[in-house]
Design a protein around this ligand. Structure first.
Ligand code: CPR
Length: 523
């Protein structure tokens, strides 16, 4: 906002609340270190804590927007070291006529299945099963390793293991051979004991055996030789490829899910998904009001391990009130109103706040006063809306001590991994679409005729002022190189100020608010 000095003085006389010192992230420039850094950007650690429990090695958080985050985006971001929030409804819900709770649960399941971890209740075969059963199984389920047990269930002891490699060279004329003729028998079986792996949730121990013995599949056995779980090599290959991945104790990818801000909608949803393997919920709302406390309490009751993220906030007083009311229930806050790329809240409604000022005020109030004596412990703050360059990540992490990672929507929307389909506008020009969740199209799909919620709520989409837009953006291909470059940009910036990690960054960096020309580096 530019306001003339005369205008400022006049306005000040009229309205004592007028503040004119707000700054956005783009009004800030960070001077480089005063002595040359002695380390390479590639060693800079970008790890941040999302909540007390969840750590993200490259903290990019996929926004719960239907054009952005589906299972593919969630897997991609978790593999890259971030995490994503699966929105309440899948894109094109109108066409698929899927109930939104079911489609969200399905999407969560896809992400959670991406890494098997300990495969509990694995499929097993009996001694009479044939090579053909193994081959058919591969076509049907996509895997070809099975423990073979006395009676073909996990209730009896193991007599061997059959893998894809064992059947690979069997001639088609011998497909009716019983598996016991080609399997690795019990006497030669490499296995792990449940007390040394599964019972202490130590998947690494299992993986060590898989690597050392060059196995495809490792059965985990109890004292009576019964199979209680399997661990497979396919996970290890993926682990090697994605060293920053965000995983739980069972080495499965972590994911969050959005729920509505109204208890009557959020509660049945939480009931359905609380134990689906999600790490937490995001109560999705443009600002905090009403039922958040009831929803958070219900979520923690259903599953005390769930983290609860709320938002969006820009004012320390909201932070104070929420923590006073519901301190033990809230683990992180989304910060930012009106700054999103496809959001028109600032422009059309005149509501919003510059991200820099919001982070700065929240930081001061939280550290100097609200969290005195570490009353609430670690609470994460997630800058959300308008983040598209490494500088936005870097500067946010300097402005807020409990930097939990940045939430992104539009920046991710052009990647192959986004939920929006690629459309060819003209030969050689591929686009994807991104829309705000309060845009006319999104409201129509979520609440209009044809949606599963039509008539359940007092929302007439045609009478709602849209708070966002839908737009085409270039389809820029696979997201991996883009995010890798983004991270390298953050690392270079951090190295330039002499910070080896996010904690040091907050301690070391000096923040200058500067003119527009200075922030753009023009003379
Ligand atoms: P971008 O990364 O797209 O700039 O911003 C994403 C964020 O914008 C979302 O996480 C959400 O907080 C906000 N947002 C999404 N749709 C919106 C509408 Cl219609 N209006 C206002 N804010 C919106």
């Amino acid at each position: 906002v530019v306001i003339s000095l005369k205008g400022f003085l006049m306005a000040k006389e009229i309205h004592p609340q007028l503040k004119c010192n707000e700054f956005s992230l783009d009004d800030v420039l960070i001077p480089p270190a005063s002595k040359p850094p002695e380390f390479d950007p590639s060693v800079v650690d970008t790890t941040a804590r999302l909540t007390k429990k969840i750590t993200l090695k490259f903290p990019i958080i996929g926004s719960p927007m239907d054009t952005v985050t589906g299972p593919e985006m969630a897997i991609f971001l978790a593999e890259m070291g971030g995490i994503a929030v699966i929105p309440q409804a899948k894109l094109n819900i109108r066409q698929t006529h899927q109930q939104s709770v079911e489609s969200q649960a399905q999407q969560i399941a896809i992400v959670r299945r991406e890494r098997a971890g300990f495969v509990l209740e694995p499929k097993v075969l009996g001694p009479k099963a044939t090579v053909l059963d193994v081959i058919k199984g591969e076509q049907e389920f996509g895997y070809s390793s099975y423990p073979v047990t006395k009676d073909g269930t996990t209730k009896t002891s193991i007599i061997g293991i059959i893998t894809g490699a064992d059947v690979q060279d069997v001639d088609a004329s011998e497909y009716n051979l019983p598996v016991r003729k080609v399997m690795t028998p019990r006497a030669k079986l490499v296995y792990a004991k449940r007390e040394e792996t599964l019972d202490i949730n130590d998947i690494r121990a299992a993986n060590r055996i898989i690597r050392a013995r060059k196995l495809d599949t490792l059965p985990i056995l109890d004292n009576e030789d019964r199979v209680v779980a399997l661990v497979t090599r396919s996970d290890i290959k993926k682990d090697d490829k994605f060293p920053l991945a965000t995983k739980d104790q069972n080495k499965q990818l972590q994911v969050l899910a959005a729920v509505e801000s109204r208890p009557q909608l959020a509660i049945p949803r939480i009931e359905a998904i609380a134990n689906s393997g999600i790490a937490g919920i995001v109560i999705d709302s443009r600002n905090i009001y009403g039922g958040y406390k009831e929803i958070a309490a219900y979520a923690k009751k259903q599953n005390p391990d769930l983290d609860v993220i709320v938002g969006n906030i820009v004012h320390p007083n909201v932070l104070r009130v929420v923590l006073e009311e519901a301190g033990g229930l809230i683990d992180a806050f989304r910060v930012g109103i009106g700054t999103g790329e496809v959001c028109t809240t600032s422009e059309d409604l005149g509501v919003g706040r510059a991200m820099g000022s919001a982070l700065n005020d929240l930081n001061k109030a939280f550290n100097e006063e609200i969290n005195k004596n570490d009353r609430y412990g670690y609470i994460g703050f997630i800058p959300d809306g308008g983040i598209k360059f490494p500088r936005h990540f870097f500067i946010s992490a300097i402005l807020i001590k409990n930097f939990a990672g940045v939430m992104m929507g539009s920046y991710l929307a052009g990647f192959d991994q986004s939920a929006s389909p690629k459309i060819q506008r003209e030969p050689g020009v591929n686009v994807k679409s991104v829309r705000g969740m309060g845009s006319a199209g999104a409201i129509e799909d979520r609440f209009g005729p044809g949606s599963s919620r039509y008539g359940q709520e007092r929302i007439d989409p045609s009478k709602r002022y849209p708070e966002g837009i839908q737009k085409d953006i270039p389809a820029i291909g696979d997201g991996h190189p883009h995010l890798e470059r983004f991270r390298s940009g953050v690392q270079t910036a951090m190295q330039s100020v002499g910070a080896k990690n996010i904690e040091e960054l907050y301690q070391i960096a000096v923040v200058n608010t500067v003119s527009k020309a200075a922030s753009k580096g023009t003379l």
